[in-house]
Design a protein around this ligand. Structure first.
Ligand code: HPA
Length: 276
């Protein structure tokens, strides 16, 4: 199903009618990271099920609501729970929230996710600044921009040479240094899931240059960049990817790691918001 500008504007209008300030920043919280939304001040809370057309997240660890308010004085719109392609939604539905954010006037999107470490130096509990991504789903034809181009929102053939904004990356590095918080950096590879990768998949992904692997983020970033939104991305490393086939990956360990990762991500994101 093609999502039209009218649909996007109808959803944006429904949200706008419920909030006071225009949000400047969007924040998408990944699996197990939803508690970050608890820090939003003066929140207006909109459950996804009450927003017209909004896809509902069905995954454990995703609350499924918008929390709109202030963080470090900045007007923010937080997605407490994201939508994944593997839940059965189309790529356009998965990225509808980013389109709506763009129509609400959001300038910067901060994406977070839980990810498996392919880079052998990374361990669970690490935070990785995403400096670029590999999108095997889009390379295989699952690109959210397939279909008629919405010219009002962006060009037919958008550039993706700097998906992750260099200035925002630098602010994140400074924030990490000041907080004495080790920050990894690397390439995130987005796959469709929901099955975890086989050891052979992972060895291939390592050869292809990936440092962390997950089941989200890249479609949202493509749509954000199509519409000119600046992006900052963090992966919360939740588990070691199973390159040798001797460990088992589970959703429970991904959720568990979120408890360690949330305070680190909150420190970084708050510090970046303070200097924007
Ligand atoms: N693979 C894919 N997605 C993930 C992983 C993983 O190991 N960990 C968290 N999300």
């Amino acid at each position: 199903m093609q999502i039209t500008l009218e649909t996007i504007d109808r959803v944006a209008g429904a949200i706008r009618s419920k909030i006071k300030d225009q949000p400047r920043l969007g924040l998408i919280l990944g699996t197990g990271l939803g508690n970050l939304a608890e820090s939003v001040e003066e929140p207006v809370i909109l459950p996804y099920a009450e927003i017209p057309e909004w896809p509902v997240s069905t995954v454990m660890g995703h609350a499924g609501r918008l929390v709109i308010g202030r963080l470090e004085g900045q007007p923010v719109l937080v997605m407490q729970g994201r939508i994944h392609y593997y839940e059965g939604y189309s790529m356009q539905q998965v990225t509808l929230p980013v389109r709506v954010m763009q129509r609400l006037g959001i300038e910067i999107l901060i994406v977070t996710n839980a990810a498996g470490a392919i880079n052998p130096d990374f361990t669970p509990g690490d935070v990785m600044l995403i400096t670029d991504n590999l999108n095997f789903s889009a390379m295989a034809g699952l690109n959210p921009l397939i279909g008629p181009n919405l010219d009002e929102l962006g060009p037919r053939f958008p550039d993706m040479s700097q998906s992750y904004d260099r200035r925002l990356c630098e602010l994140a590095r400074q924030a990490a240094r000041q907080a004495d918080l080790p920050l990894r950096e690397g390439v995130y590879v987005g796959l469709s899931g929901p099955s975890f990768e086989s050891p052979a998949d992972l060895r291939f992904l390592r050869l292809a240059g990936a440092d962390a692997v997950g089941m989200s983020t890249v479609p949202e970033v493509i749509v954000a960049r199509h519409g000119g939104t600046r992006v900052l991305g963090f992966s919360g490393i939740s588990n070691k990817a199973n390159l040798d086939g001797n460990t088992v990956t589970s959703h429970e360990e991904v959720l568990e790691a979120g408890r360690i990762l949330v305070p680190k991500l909150e420190t970084l994101i708050r510090a970046v918001l303070r200097v924007l």
